[in-house]
Write a protein that binds this ligand. Sequence first.
Ligand code: SF4
Length: 423
Amino acid sequence: MRMGESKHKKIAFLTLGCKLNYAETSTYERGFLEAGLEVVPWSQKADVYLVNTCSVTATSDAKSRNLIRKVHRVNPEAAVVVTGCSAQLRRSEIEAIPGVSLVFGCNEKSAVVPGMLKHLGITQLSPGAAGDVFAAWSSGERTRSFLKVQDGCDNFCAYCTVPYARGSSRNVPISECVENARSAAALGVREIVLTGVNTGDFGRSTGESFLSLLKALDAVDGIERYRISSIEPNLLTEEIVDWIASGTKFQPHFHIPLQTGTDEQLAAMGRKYTTGFFASRIDHVRKALEAPGRPLVFFGIDVMVGLPGETPEQFARTLEFLRDRVRPAFIHVFPYSRRPGTPAASMPGQVPEAVKKERVAALEELCSQLHADFVEANRGIRERVLWESTDRDGFMEGYTGNYIRIRRPWEPSLSGKITEVTI
Ligand code: SF4
């Protein structure tokens, strides 16, 4: 490394989209810090801006392009480097935006740091890649880190651009996930959220299993809690659930995509389960992890409204399925966004935006009710809270294992510690 060259260079990051993008940006950030660059907030003047884009909806694409234009307008001298899903899917449009110096698609992530350093005239190469999957973990928060274990997807659901943008399913080897978890622990991180596009599909490229990954991570000293972010219901197997329930560091908190509560729409989407299967999997998790006096399991469920052809009656059934059968603690609602090139874009019966808006609002209202019911049902139960390290106007906050946010007066010695509270 020729540190002298990089000392005066400043870099700023702008990230849109999912947890994977944030974990990846955080990893780029560490790479540039190691190379001697100074990281500044994006509102400040920098020599180079890295924009990590998102393409999940048409709005995310537009937001990504607007941000790039804005950065160039505010600081026309700076180099703008663009990566992420929008850079992959709309490369020529992005390359044509004034000010854009370099574009890295999703299969070029390990080239971002060395490529940018080269562009800045700095010689230092340490890509931090694992095969063709870019290993990443976030270090922005002191107590919690998002650890990327998997990327890409082979499912090709009818509405989704992810398999085109991020490529086929592959994973970071278990040994490297463990190494990253140890590095996070050494920085004071106590909780890790396993992140991936299709996390449960872990193992495709290394022949390892998701359960072996969970077992290896469970043994890492210093990390006291794990959560699994977004796992397909068919991949959260009974074997995995039963192992988690056997007394591990994995918390009673699951983020599971449902997308719609009718079998005909699940089939139209190309999802790999029925509503009956979904409900039975939820039942199994509850049976394995819940007991009188113990915390209830937090389920965060993704639901997409307005897939082409979704009738009012089908939407009503989805709402009913969530309200009466699944009863999650949270619903992540997304309106369907028409993405050119996907099968759903040419399906008949596109749902008008105003109708999608109404359906989003109805599910958000149901979500508020279900979340309030969940907190109420946990009242009086003893749970462990990991306290965060931010002083919020004299208060501090933290999450219970089952993801209820708790607030207490600020006490610096508690930050990064786990204590028991009565909910
Ligand atoms: S499983 Fe998820 S990431 Fe993969 S295609 Fe379907 S929606 Fe997209």
